[in-house]
Design a protein around this ligand. Structure first.
Ligand SMILES: Nc1ncnc2c1ncn2[C@@H]1O[C@H](COP(=O)(O)OP(=O)(O)O)[C@@H](O)[C@H]1O
Ligand SMILES: [Mg+2]
Length: 164
């Protein structure tokens, strides 16, 4: 589905690892538009989806692809933690440069669930990183995201077990 200029959306996830970002994106189907994951991009340009040395190139690749889709009128969802302000600023600048409406999607679950889900993944993020990002997202109210420049903020809980 394509949208007229000015209506295309850039959705930026704001969530700790293990919250269920990628799972949630898949469950959204068409509503998420084109989903671009920085982990997938790391695997493409580096040695795997956890290759931190490939982060800069992975972000560049996601940004370049996002720009192309936005210009063609397709909504884009950035599947990344978005927990650092500098990363969100990058996506906000991208939205502004391509006439897209920036939307933050703050995904949260309990810390225990995030740690447990992280442990269930083939490649795990260090528990301390999950812990730090979980706190960062918790301490980031929707008003702050709106003040940064996001036009809408969706606040979503992912605690419910949807594995069955
Ligand atoms: N709502 C859910 N119910 C049950 N299991 C989930 C749910 N969301 C995610 N998971 C599981 O938790 C793990 C991490 O999910 P994932 O979507 O990869 O998280 P993230 O992308 O935020 O790191 C995966 O094994 C996934 O199957
Ligand atoms: Mg993921």
């Amino acid at each position: 589905m394509t949208r007229p200029a000015g209506q295309v959306r850039l959705r930026v996830l704001v969530a700790a690892p293990g919250t269920g970002k990628s799972t949630w994106c898949r469950a959204q189907g068409n509503a998420a538009g084109v989903v671009l994951s920085t982990d997938c991009a790391r695997a493409e340009v580096g040695e795997g989806d956890d290759d931190r040395n490939a982060s800069d190139a992975a972000f560049d690749l996601v940004e370049q692809r996002a720009a192309e889709h936005l210009d063609e009128g397709r909504d884009v969802t950035i599947d990344a933690t978005g927990a650092r302000r500098q990363d969100r600023a990058r996506w906000l600048a991208l939205a502004a440069a391509h006439g897209a409406v920036p939307v933050a999607v703050r995904l949260r679950c309990s810390l225990l669930i995030a740690l447990r889900r992280n442990r269930s993944r083939p490649r795990q993020v260090p528990a301390l990183v999950v812990f730090r990002m979980w706190w960062a997202v918790r301490a980031l109210p929707p008003e702050r995201l709106l003040a940064e420049g996001f036009v809408h903020v969706e606040d979503v809980r992912t605690d419910e077990d949807r594995s069955g």
